[in-house]
Design a protein around this ligand. Structure first.
Ligand SMILES: [Cu+2]
Length: 284
């Protein structure tokens, strides 16, 4: 009992010390703005360094969320007026093309610029991706071009669909969330772009993606309370609900509908048709 009291006293004393030091110092606790991300590239220039961070340890075909920051070597500070823009480019044997990508935008921390790129294809022995980055540094506009390594996802599951719709338009639909699917109703999120030409991939707005997850290994059963994906103008992404009633392999069958509700790609699941030609796969 005596020891307990002793411990209690120490706790109270240390707590009051902690609160004292907090009162004396109103500086916010420094949070690491790239916490949990992997630095996948670091490009060193004469007076600054460009750092590229990713949620995934490597770049993969599909949706990749990236964070960029630029270190001023002289001050050892990350700069907040870089206004970076980027352009991914794949150099293939017979031609070059870009890929869908968002703008780079400031985050809560104004030295971190965030955006995403959808890589439609993986590199191979003779074909590769490059990224051109433009930004301001010390009053100058700087352009660097660096090679990026883009692999096929290790799990081999389809999370990116590149297809031609019945309207003859080329579309790219890429899976964003859930990153960690649960036996529950998950928030489902994807990005949809169209290919205007080799270099231009605008976001497709206000279409609809129907959602029908199935377990092919178990009589192709579905799940209740799914929600079709609709466009969110704030995030420029498509949001819906994905219901998983058990763990295992799920095929998420989809149909893409335009603003007139015409089906551009994909089929209904019936007795005779167990899968849609537009789908994502996952296993958990
Ligand atoms: Cu390519």
């Amino acid at each position: 009992m005596k020891t307990l009291k002793y411990i209690f006293a120490i706790l109270i004393i240390s707590a009051s010390f902690l609160s004292c030091s907090k009162d004396d110092n109103d500086d916010p606790i420094p949070v690491n703005p790239v916490e949990g991300l992997t630095k996948i590239y670091e490009f060193s220039e004469v007076d600054h360094t460009v750092e590229i961070y990713s949620e995934k340890p490597i770049l993969e075909v599909g949706y990749n969320e990236l964070s960029i920051r630029i270190l001023d070597k002289a001050s050892n500070n990350y700069i907040s007026n870089a206004e970076p823009t980027w352009m991914p480019m794949m150099h293939m044997e017979s031609m070059s093309h870009s890929g869908p990508h968002s703008m780079l935008q400031n985050t809560e921390n104004n030295t971190v610029y965030k955006g995403h790129i959808v890589f439609q294809m993986a590199e191979n022995a003779t074909e590769y991706w490059e990224m051109t980055l433009n930004y301001n540094f010390n009053g100058q506009t700087i352009t660097i071009t660096q090679r990026l390594s883009v692999k096929q996802p290790a799990d081999g599951f389809k999370k990116t669909q590149v297809f031609t719709g019945t309207d003859e338009v080329r579309y790219i639909l890429a899976f964003v969330n859930p990153k960690n699917p649960q036996v529950a109703i998950n928030d489902f999120q994807a990005v949809l772009y169209k290919m205007e030409n080799m270099m231009t991939f605008p976001v497709v707005e206000n279409y609809k993606v129907t959602v029908d997850p199935r377990m092919p290994s178990m009589g192709n059963h579905s799940s209740p309370n799914n929600q079709d994906m609709v466009y969110n103008a704030a995030t420029k992404m498509y949001n819906g609900k994905l219901s998983f009633t058990m763990t295992g392999y799920w095929k998420i069958n989809m149909k893409l509908l335009n603003t007139s509700d015409e089906v551009l790609k994909g089929e209904d699941i019936t007795e005779d048709n167990p899968a849609s030609s537009l789908y994502f796969e996952l296993e958990f």
